[in-house]
Design a protein around this ligand. Sequence first.
Ligand SMILES: Nc1nc2c(c(=O)[nH]1)N[C@H]1C(S)=C(S)[C@@H](COP(=O)(O)OP(=O)(O)OC[C@H]3O[C@@H](n4cnc5c(N)ncnc54)[C@H](O)[C@@H]3O)O[C@H]1N2
Ligand code: MOO
Length: 392
Amino acid sequence: MISVEDALGRVLALAPAPRGEEVALAGAAGRALLAPAIARLTQPPFDSAAMDGYALRSADLGGPLRIIGEAAAGHPWTGTPVPGTAIRIFTGAPVPAGYDRVVMQEHVRREDDALTVLEAGAGSHVRVRGSDFAAGDELAPGRRLGPADIGLLAAMNVPAVTVARRPVVAVLAGGDELVRPGETPAPGQIVSSNDLAIAAQVEAAGGVPRILPIARDTEASLRAGFAAAAGADLVVTIGGASVGDHDLVARVAEGLGLARSFYKIAMRPGKPLMAGSLAGTPLLGLPGNPVSAMVCGILFMQPLIRVMQGLPTGLAPRRARLAARLPAEGPRQHYLRATLEQGPDLPLLRTFPDQDSARLSLMAEADALLVRPAGDPPRQEGDVIDFLPLDR
Ligand SMILES: Nc1nc2c(c(=O)[nH]1)N[C@H]1C(S)=C(S)[C@@H](COP(=O)(O)OP(=O)(O)OC[C@H]3O[C@@H](n4cnc5c(N)ncnc54)[C@H](O)[C@@H]3O)O[C@H]1N2
Ligand code: MOO
């Protein structure tokens, strides 16, 4: 059995280089930026009023002023500046050359064209040209575009961006016991949850899931499943990974020419994880227990999907304090389902007493996975530990 770190390195090594496509900005939210986006203009493009009021010269603050013009957003004033004068101005209007501050209208007294400044106010209320960004500035690739990025790119006058193609991920669950949600299970049957949960993880990582028909526990059915996965950028099987007589995934994949990278890792849950490449396409074989499948999805599949889009893995452990003591760990790195509460300095992490890898109800309740290294000694209440936050 190899370590979790070693396994992650080998999984990420299976990632093909991301492929780009150009999309209009309106469709780019959530996509991974693959090429730098370059600002085509400077923002603000001119010295811009930050308040409704009057533009004037700081040197003239003391004396009475004469109002000689007006500037509104989209309607610059184009006259000649004269000492001792002010320009009526509105937020977003260009501050005319020759005037260096804007006084808020609440801070003046106006009678016809005569203006008296009652209070200078703090600051000039002028947004200086280029104070946000300059033409040529770039938004670097390797980030998922959020709402603020979309707004920034629009302001940069970038109408379309090069993003990574979303990897198509074939999700193949297998087992004679499985029926679809909404069907009535016969005796001995259960409803298939894994493929839907894993498909949701695929989407959350930026991939496009393609859920395949459930494979039955025969080599022929699994072969048909792999055939249906053709054309996907990544194939993810779920179940049939262990040592039982009906666990056929590895055997069938090998028959189809799987170049195996590893099988079994020193991790709990998720020991029977398998990875390799099938006709050049990366393949992950997740264990069937629902929590094991999801934990493997978080630790290996989602990072792989992100790296296939040129993104970082997204695995960023954080620190918390233990709410209660924990016994020593065994030989496998352990990911315990836990909740988080507010603590005095760091968050307080409380593990569920039951860590059964079949309990989806606890997985759904969990805020975090506590990461305990193999062979970790007993831990006391208040000890600082690492955890991975969970999406809800
Ligand atoms: N003798 C041993 N038995 C087992 C070992 C072992 O080392 N020696 N490992 C255990 C561990 S750990 C795990 S994890 C499971 C993994 O088994 P498989 O990957 O072969 O998964 P299955 O046997 O197909 O199913 C396990 C469990 O999960 C349920 N399941 C499967 N698919 C789905 C699905 N799509 N939706 C919902 N639930 C699913 C299935 O009904 C079983 O209950 O093996 C242990 N055994
Ligand atoms: O590793 Mo299994 O994934 O412990 O339930």
